[in-house]
Design a protein around this ligand. Structure first.
Ligand code: PLP
Length: 417
């Protein structure tokens, strides 16, 4: 009979995959690198690294402006990448995919542009208690500017959103709901389908921060019926400095430009300027051409492996890590939702998370420690921060064993008896 491990071997050929990521062969402090900081940024496969080289050796030119050969080649590759990304999230139109610097810029774009058009004094924006600062501060700025109110969906101790409280907040003053799909600090996968359905019953649009979701969970924006979706290339095996804001065209068409400059205009005179059509209306200036093209290469890589296979494999890693770590005396998991993506956040009695991180680094293990840009969430738990190990599909059970050993060592060195 096939064991669970046999089945996993069939869906993910881990040795082959690890060869695709050259950095995984690194030796750090005399030990093989164990990279568990994937929620901060993922590593890049050869296909993405080579795509960057290919861009600068064969294609480099500005897009959309030149009649010459290279400019056309670069434009074709840039737009082909947009199409790949649109297909990846099943957008109805390629022009609903706006290239940004990352999730942060995508959320700021909506806060500025949608906010300017639709949010007035006395209105409400809803976010949740587990948001990353980049899905808090843009709304605080908007609410301050508009004299609007920011309301927060509360959570329970396990790190799950309280949907009854959310339902009670939905009135005619609410102009937008902006929540994270997956919490970067807790791993909680939020019930976004229900959130969208509840908000839409009152005609309220929903933005999903998918920075921690798009690399773990297949997303179909049409099926979800989500209005805006923001994510970052660098967390999904692509380059830094590129991200995507998906928006339904019915919203994007009504929203004013976010920034002014070249590319986003149809015609300019000192008397009146008219704006370009989607997506260019929201892409002022020369974009990060190389990164946009290479994000397409990252999408190809994910598609070849299969996001469902990735999800399955990562869930197995999560279960294994949770089981092994829970055997350590004094450990407390922060984020114990029944529905989690592949990350574990924990604290250890009488041990500061930072000190654990330093000891793990000495052992070649990269984890993140601190508040993970979710200070209000840490306040909810009454802690300064956690140790966070976040897994990608190139990680292994053996690496988790190394982590567990490392944490045990840290505890034995640091715990105040
Ligand atoms: N939202 C979440 C949930 C995140 O985890 C992050 C980054 O860690 C961001 C937003 C911001 O992403 P970026 O810095 O790529 O814009």
């Amino acid at each position: 009979m096939k064991t669970n491990t046999d089945i996993l071997k069939e869906i993910i050929d881990i040795q082959k995959i690890r060869k695709d990521f050259p950095i995984l062969d690194s030796i750090i402090n005399g030990r093989p690198l164990v990279y568990f900081d994937n929620a901060a940024t993922s590593q890049k496969p050869w296909s993405v690294i080579k795509a960057i080289e290919h861009y600068y050796t064969d294609l480099n030119s500005n897009v959309h402006r030149g009649v010459h050969h290279l400019s056309q080649q670069a434009t074709n590759a840039f737009e082909a990448s947009r199409k790949k990304i649109a297909d990846f999230i099943n957008a109805a139109y390629d022009h609903e995919v706006i290239f940004t610097k990352g999730t942060t810029e995508g959320i700021n774009l909506v806060a500025h542009s949608y906010g300017k058009k639709f949010v007035q004094q006395g209105d409400t924006i809803i976010i949740s208690a587990m948001e990353h600062h980049s899905n808090i501060v843009p709304w605080q700025l908007l609410c301050e500017d508009r004299k609007a109110t920011l309301k927060i969906i509360p959570i329970n101790e396990k790190g799950e959103l309280l949907l009854d409280a959310f339902k009670a907040m939905l009135d005619e003053k609410v102009k937008l709901v902006s929540v994270t799909y997956v919490s970067n600090s807790l791993g909680s996968i939020n019930p976004v389908r229900e959130i969208i359905e509840l908000a839409h019953r009152k005609n309220i649009p929903v933005l999903l921060d998918a920075a921690q979701a798009v690399q773990h969970i297949p997303i179909d924006v049409q099926e979800l019926d989500v209005d805006f979706l923001a994510f970052s290339g660098h967390k999904m095996y692509g380059p830094t400095g590129i991200g995507v804001l998906y928006g339904k065209q019915k919203w994007l068409n009504q929203m004013p430009p976010y920034q002014g400059g070249g590319e986003m205009i149809k015609s300019v005179s000192f008397e009146a300027t008219t704006y370009n059509e989607l997506p260019f209306k929201f892409e002022a200036g020369t974009p990060n051409i190389e990164a946009a093209i290479c994000l397409g290469a990252a999408v190809d890589y994910i598609n070849e492996t299969g996001l469902e296979n990735i999800q399955h494999y990562e869930q197995e890693l999560l279960e294994y890590a949770t089981g092994k770590l829970s055997e350590i005396d004094g450990i407390k998991f922060i984020g114990t939702s029944d529905n989690k993506a592949s990350l574990v956040s924990f604290i250890i009695e009488n041990v500061h998370p930072y000190d654990v991180g330093v000891i793990l680094d000495q052992l070649g293990i990269a984890v993140r420690t601190g508040h993970h840009c979710t200070q209000p969430l840490m306040d909810f738990y009454g802690i300064p921060g956690t140790v966070r190990a976040s897994f990608a599909f190139y990680n292994t059970r053996a690496e988790i064993d190394t982590l567990v050993e490392g944490v045990r060592k840290a505890v034995s060195m640091l715990a105040v008896k």
